[in-house]
Design a protein around this ligand. Structure first.
Ligand SMILES: *Cc1c(COP(=O)(O)O)cnc(C)c1O
Length: 360
């Protein structure tokens, strides 16, 4: 068996140790005589899996007690609708800071559920940076301000959490969740699809401050009603049991590696060396402002687009997989989430040097 280095943006690479543990526990989880996939979500075994995972996530992210942690379905895209449905009335204003493709989609979806969904800031031209916070045109009585802390496609990341005063800050952290320590208390709501940096697809994590729970619009589907889900420990209906279980193993793995501080340091090192390889070459380039470059998704262009196909083919041949950039920006994209070993980034950099030598 040989595993590749998988640079996919999502679903994405998972820690090999976790996969091996899942394999070992597949047929008989801890003497239950069945797999986690086959268990009742109401049984003591699964309830203990769910509770342990929730507590481990609370520990890892130092989530304050006055926040609910929900394990839902419907993806980050489901939350694009759930956010206005839970924390805005139909005639309210909501502010969207749009720094890439996902923020654009979130804003568009919100228009269905909130009367005045406003793009309060976006960069001029293409998505290669973050407009100064002082230039954001926020409404004084807005229900919330939505940001995308890491734009997965364009590779644009907030390096600091903006201060929006009394207006609750909502962050779609899908592709940067658990990538480094953050101050959860600066957000009203954090949400993330699991399949980027946490676990298998099918699970969406929502972390929400208690005072924002309990005001859902009357027509909010009950599976998206945070209050109903919180009251039911995220088991209003059958949850994504298997994804929740695997994510729990990833939380344990993250703890064993020293938690988010240690993981964040490794991520910073991985990203810095990859950007350095790009910046010190005249063959590769990255258009994003240095103060807004993503540590998780690193897009880069080759000097000549005609070489893209060859680059991908040769990379694949040496076990460096899924480097093709999103079609909207072209070129390449290396997603280097928590589970991408530093050796994978080193191998990519070596390959980039070799390819450049062979092509110039
Ligand atoms: C992948 C992604 C999404 C979409 O997630 P789904 O779980 O497929 O709905 C939304 N926002 C960001 C930032 C993403 O990276």
């Amino acid at each position: 068996m040989s595993r590749i280095y998988n640079f996919s943006a999502g679903p994405a690479t998972l820690p090999e140790d976790v996969l091996a543990q899942v394999r070992d526990e597949m047929l008989d989880w801890h003497g239950a005589g069945m797999s986690v996939m086959e268990m009742s979500h109401r049984g003591a075994e699964f309830v203990s899996i769910a509770e342990t995972a929730t507590q481990d996530l609370r520990d890892l992210m130092a989530i304050p007690d006055n926040y609910k942690v929900l394990f839902l379905q419907g993806g980050a895209t489901g939350q694009f609708a759930a956010i206005p449905l839970n924390i805005a009335s139909a005639d309210a204003r909501a502010d969207y800071v749009v720094t890439g493709s996902w923020g654009k989609k979130a804003h568009k979806e919100a228009q269905k559920y909130v009367g005045n969904s406003v793009v309060s800031a976006k960069p001029e031209g293409s998505f290669t940076g973050i407009p100064e916070v002082s230039s954001w045109d926020l409404g004084s009585d807005s229900a919330y301000v939505h940001i995308t802390p890491n734009e997965t496609i364009e590779g644009v990341e907030f390096h600091d959490i903006p201060d929006t005063g009394d207006i609750p800050l909502v962050g779609d952290m899908s592709s940067t969740f658990m990538s480094r320590p953050i101050d959860v208390s600066k957000y009203g709501v954090i949400y993330a699809g699991a399949q980027k940096n946490v676990g298998p697809a099918g699970l969406t994590i929502v972390i929400v401050r208690e005072d924002l729970v309990g005001n859902a619009q009357a027509n909010c589907p009950m599976v998206f009603d945070w209050e109903k889900q919180a009251d039911a420990d995220s088991m209003l209906n059958t949850p994504a049991c298997f994804s929740w279980y695997v994510s729990g193993l990833v939380f344990k793995w993250a703890k064993q590696r020293g938690g988010l501080k240690a993981i964040g340091e490794t991520n910073a090192r991985k990203a810095a060396k990859l950007y350095e390889a790009i910046d010190t070459s005249s063959f590769y380039s990255n258009p994003v402002d240095k103060n807004a470059r993503s540590r998780m998704n690193v897009p880069f262009l080759l000097a000549d687009d005609a070489l893209n196909a060859d680059f991908l083919k040769q990379a694949e041949a040496v076990g460096l997989s899924t480097l093709k950039g999103h079609r909207s920006v072209g070129g390449m994209r290396a997603s280097i989430y928590n589970a991408m070993p530093e050796a994978g980034v080193d191998a990519l950099i070596d390959f980039m040097h070799e390819f450049e030598k062979g092509s110039t």
